[in-house]
Structures are given as structure tokens and as C-alpha cells.
Design a protein around this ligand. Structure first.
Ligand code: NAP
Length: 312
């Protein structure tokens, strides 16, 4: 697996990571269990996908505990741990407490990348106070790098202005062939400022794998009301899936791997697909090690831009 620099930090991470929201509980379906999730993380790291993303929020800490068990299996030095503080823990004293609780659940001494999960529109905690608390954690060695998630440019600028001796290395945002909103503002800003984009839901929560149909939709809590899985939308994305499968065949790859390769074709973008079991992690590792041609990328850009999905 090739490595890419995280922001301007000099630290290099795998060009595809693994997301572990799935490991939190059964909101992603009854087929989720701890053993498979641990094995998925272990397999991912064996294949070089060492950037592992979790959050205190996923299953109220359970995902971090599962990751902790995987870390004990593979060795701390083989995992780049990215976790997140929730938007209801933005007061400086809560940030510090949340960090300690995450470290305990993960069974580690320092978090490699600590991210603010969402900007906080409700509690009115000044963002600069939260960021100062993040920097204090970094100074004490509790945190290696500081990142954010779901931040627009205004949030990024405010957060960066509050940091005196370090900078934000990453913004984790939704990005896939079915969700390209960040291309308007956030992506150009991050490219210019050398802030890595960690692309979440890179497979559009499974819709881009091609395995779902209008008559065969996931019934779990996360996806039942998800717009990507509306019957009409699953019908509308068929031409894109067909193009992805066609391109995949010429490279001996799956549609999911094409979806990840498309994201990787954007410099500074690192997809973090979620995996419920080792086979999925293996499949996702195959999104690296090859490239789309310029023509293939252009074709996918065109078809995906032309899609008109129901969003209400
Ligand atoms: P995703 O990665 O687009 O989709 C994951 C789902 O796709 C899996 O649960 C699995 O579900 C299916 N899948 C994965 N690999 C597959 C493969 N190789 N072949 C076939 N199916 C496959 O969506 P996501 O989990 O929402 O996003 C990834 C990660 O991003 C999360 O785990 C989390 O760490 C992070 N995230 C962050 C935020 C945030 O606010 N920062 C929000 C969302 C997610 P089925 O097998 O059931 O179809």
C-alpha cells in the first residue's frame, strides 16, 4: 500500500484507511459482530491499510474498544489510530476528559490523529476554546496530530486561527462518486492549504458496490431511510454502476475498488471505507496499487455529475 503525507505534518499514512463505525453496535445490521470487526481491522493492517478511523460516538465507545482489541493483536506500532471527540464534548474540560476515556478504551497512551467530529451549532462553545484544548493535548503528547471533521471553510479558518504552534492536518468529510458537494469549496481550499481530506462513506454506504437493487435494499437502522437506497435512486445510479463495472473488468477490479480508485485519483484525498469483515477489508485494499486512466476518470466524472438523485 502506498503512503501519503498527512497534511504538512511529515507523517505518512496509508492511501486507503479503514472505518470502524460498523463495529459500534448493530445499527449497520445484524451481521455485525466483534470478532469479524476485529479480524477486518487485523486484515486491513496486514495489507497495509494502517490508518484506522473510529470515534467515541460509535456505539458509545464500543468501536474504540473493538479497535483496542485489534491493536493488542497486531501491535501498537502497526496502527495509525484516528478517533474523534463528539460535538457535545466541546468544552475544554470535556475535550480532555473525552480524550482520556478514548485512550482508556483503545488501551493506548497517545492518539495519532484526534479529530473534532462536528462543528458545534447547539452548545455555543467557542471553537477557539475547543481548539486550544486540542492543542494542549498535543503538547502533552496525548495526541499526535489534530484534525477536524465535517468542517466548512469558515470553520476550518476559525479553528486554524486558534492554533498557535501547530496546524490542522485533515478534514474528514463525506466524499464519493454519489456525494461531491465538497468539490465546490472545501476540496480546493484543502488542496491549496495542504489539508488532507479523509473521505468518509466513500462507497456511498455500500450503494456504489453495485450489490443493492430497488428490490434488494439494506434494512438496517443506518440505511433504511438513507437517500442513496431509495428505490428510485438505486435505479438512477445503475448507469454509473454499469460504467464502474465495465472499467473494473478491464483492470480486473470490482465496482467498489473503482469507487476507491476514483477518490485516490484526487491528490490529498484518502478514502476510509468501513468494513464489517475481513473479506470486505481485503476487497477495499484492492482500491490501491493501480490507477484509472485519464479517460476512465473523465467518464466517471461525467456520468456521476449527470445524476439527478432524489434528496428529499
Ligand atoms: P462506506 O465506507 O461507504 O460503506 C461501508 C459499507 O459498505 C459496509 O458497512 C459494508 O456494508 C459495505 N462494504 C464495505 N466494503 C465492501 C466491499 N469491499 N464489498 C462490498 N460491500 C462493502 O460508508 P461509511 O461506513 O459510512 O464510511 C466509512 C467510515 O467513515 C466509517 O466507518 C466511519 O469510520 C467514517 N464516517 C465518518 C463520519 C463523520 O461524520 N466523520 C460519518 C460517516 C462515516 P454491507 O456489507 O452491509 O453493505
Amino acid at each position: 500500500m502506498d503512503l501519503v503525507e498527512l497534511g504538512r505534518s511529515g507523517t505518512r499514512v496509508s492511501s486507503i484507511g479503514i472505518g470502524t463505525w460498523q463495529a459500534g453496535d448493530d445499527t449497520w445490521g445484524p451481521d455485525v459482530n466483534d470478532r469479524d470487526c476485529i479480524d477486518a481491522i487485523v486484515r486491513a493492517t496486514e495489507l497495509g491499510m494502517t490508518l484506522v478511523d473510529t470515534a467515541e460516538n460509535y456505539g458509545r465507545g464500543h468501536s474504540e474498544e473493538v479497535l483496542g482489541k485489534a491493536i493488542r493483536k497486531v501491535g501498537r506500532e502497526n496502527v495509525f489510530v484516528a478517533t474523534k471527540v463528539s460535538d457535545h464534548h466541546m468544552r475544554p474540560e470535556d475535550v480532555a476528559k473525552a480524550c482520556e476515556a478514548s485512550l482508556r478504551r483503545l488501551g493506548i497512551k497517545s492518539i495519532d490523529l484526534y479529530q473534532v467530529h462536528w462543528p458545534d451549532p447547539y452548545d455555543q462553545v467557542p471553537l477557539r476554546d475547543t481548539m486550544k484544548a486540542m492543542e494542549w493535548l498535543e503538547r502533552r503528547g496525548k495526541v499526535g496530530h489534530i484534525g477536524v471533521s465535517n468542517f466548512a471553510i469558515r470553520d476550518l479558518e476559525e479553528a486554524r486561527a486558534a492554533l498557535s504552534r501547530t496546524d490542522i492536518v485533515s478534514d474528514q468529510v463525506q466524499y464519493s462518486l454519489l456525494h461531491r458537494n465538497i468539490e465546490a469549496e472545501v476540496a480546493p481550499y484543502c488542496a491549496r492549504e495542504k489539508i488532507t481530506i479523509l473521505a468518509y462513506s466513500p462507497l456511498a454506504r455500500g450503494a456504489l458496490t453495485g450489490k443493492y437493487r430497488p428490490t434488494q435494499r439494506p434494512g438496517d437502522q443506518v440505511r433504511t431511510r438513507d437517500v442513496f437506497f431509495r428505490a428510485a435512486n438505486l435505479r438512477r445510479i445503475r448507469p454509473l454502476i454499469a460504467a464502474m463495472e465495465r472499467i473494473g473488468r478491464t483492470h480486473d477490479r470490482t465496482a467498489a475498488q473503482v469507487a476507491l480508485a476514483w477518490l485516490r485519483s484526487h491528490p490529498g484525498v484518502v478514502p476510509i471505507p468501513g468494513a464489517k469483515r475481513p473479506a470486505q477489508a481485503e476487497g477495499n485494499a484492492g482500491g490501491a496499487g493501480w490507477r484509472l486512466t485519464r479517460e476512465e476518470r473523465g467518464r466517471l466524472d461525467r456520468i456521476s455529475s449527470g445524476l439527478r438523485l432524489d434528496t428529499f
